[in-house]
Structures are given as structure tokens and as C-alpha cells.
Design a protein around this ligand. Structure first.
Ligand code: MG
Ligand code: ZN
Length: 224
């Protein structure tokens, strides 16, 4: 009779294990990290630029940008004052923990408080690959339409905050805010939400305060 060994530990995938290593490394360096996800064009890079400018002198921010081919976004973050590392995924439609591991090695973590990782613009698979960040943020935008939580539930389910960008376009788009929010509420009850416009600056202060608060809370007790 074959001996049966009970599996008492959750078997982590190779990616999850590496993600955990990334997290430990960030904790040890007392650097808070967020995974920023969105569809292409929702305004991730604009939000990162505004975050870097808005928190200048308060937080030292590094940015890791995952793009399929170009470095435009990393260039923009750098111009706004962030230390930026570019990952060209060579066609891959999401970042994974290996790519982030090598990007972290290129950052001087001792000089940073916050690392914002801009994932590849895609509402499907980025949600399936842990990177080792402390929190994840989904950036939605008015022109994308109000049906996105219903079409991409996996993306909305796991995130810690949802940013609704481009609210300056609300008068011009058939976007039902209550329908959109009802979808979010079903998938991720009580999730932190921000309505803002990177273009006009409306609502940005709430986001900046939250971001700064998250980093401060983390610094009190890294690894907790
Ligand atoms: Mg971008
Ligand atoms: Zn993918």
C-alpha cells in the first residue's frame, strides 16, 4: 500500500514564491510598493506623474514601468522627478515577479520610500501574477465605459483601491457612475475609491493623501 503524505502546506507557484521574496526585500528596505493596473489609456502614467509631483519633498518615489515595447512612460515619470526603471516585456501582456525582481535590483531602494509599478495596460492577466507589492490599485477611466467591472471581474475583485480617472469627461460620455459603482461594490465591497482628473487636478488631493498615508502606516511597522 503506497504511503500517503498529507499536504499541509499550500504549494506556492514559482511566481508566488518569487513575489514573496520581492516583498521581503521591500520590507527590509522599508520601501512601500504598489502594483498599478489598468487598461491601455486609462491614465496610469499621468497618475504616476501627478503623484510624483504632488508628493515631491514628502516621499521619494521610484517607478518601474512595464511596457511591451517602448520607454515613453518611464521617460515621463523620470521627467516628473521619479527614478524610473523600464521593463520591456518583449510581447508579454503582464508583468511577473521575475521581471520585478530584476527591476528592483536596478533601483537604489535605500533612497526610496515608495515604488510604483506600472503594469502593462491590460484588464485580464495582470491580476493573476503577484509581483510582491504591498497594495494594488486599479485605474479606470470614464471613456472606457461603465461596464468594465462586469466584463473584467477578476481585475476588480482583488485590488485595494480603484481610481476613476478623467471625471472631467463625464459630461461628454454615456457613463452611469451608479451602475459602475454597483458593479464594483458587488465584486469588492467597501473598496477605497477615488474620483479624479489628472488633467484638471480635481480630486487629486484625496488620492495623494491616501498614498502618503499608506506609506506612513507601512513605515511604522514594515512587514506587518
Ligand atoms: Mg502608461
Ligand atoms: Zn498576460
Amino acid at each position: 500500500m503506497p504511503q500517503r503524505i498529507p499536504v499541509v502546506e499550500k504549494i506556492l507557484s514559482a511566481n508566488d514564491r518569487l513575489a514573496l521574496e520581492n516583498l521581503f526585500r521591500l520590507d527590509a528596505a522599508r520601501v512601500f510598493a504598489i502594483n498599478m493596473m489598468a487598461s491601455p489609456g486609462a491614465g496610469k502614467t499621468s497618475l504616476i506623474e501627478e503623484t510624483v509631483r504632488g508628493l515631491e519633498g514628502r516621499l521619494r518615489i521610484g517607478m518601474i514601468n512595464g511596457d511591451i515595447a517602448t520607454s515613453f512612460d518611464a521617460d515621463r515619470a523620470q521627467a516628473a522627478g521619479a527614478t524610473a526603471i523600464q521593463i520591456n516585456t518583449g510581447g508579454d501582456c503582464h508583468l511577473d515577479a521575475v521581471m520585478v525582481q530584476s527591476a528592483l535590483s536596478q533601483l537604489d531602494l535605500g533612497t526610496l520610500d515608495l515604488v510604483v509599478i506600472e503594469n502593462v495596460g491590460n484588464l485580464v492577466c495582470p491580476a493573476d501574477f503577484k509581483l510582491g507589492t504591498h497594495k494594488s490599485v486599479l485605474v479606470a477611466s470614464i471613456p472606457e465605459g461603465d461596464d468594465k467591472p462586469y466584463k473584467y471581474p477578476g481585475m476588480y475583485r482583488g485590488v485595494n483601491a480603484v481610481v476613476i480617472n478623467k471625471i472631467d469627461l463625464l459630461p461628454y460620455a454615456p457613463f452611469r457612475m451608479d451602475f459602475f459603482k454597483k458593479g464594483i461594490e458587488v465584486l469588492n465591497p467597501g473598496v477605497t475609491q477615488f474620483e479624479l482628473s489628472c488633467r484638471t487636478g480635481e480630486g487629486l488631493s484625496g488620492w495623494l493623501a491616501w498614498m502618503e498615508g499608506q506609506v506612513k502606516e507601512f513605515k511604522k511597522n514594515p512587514g506587518k
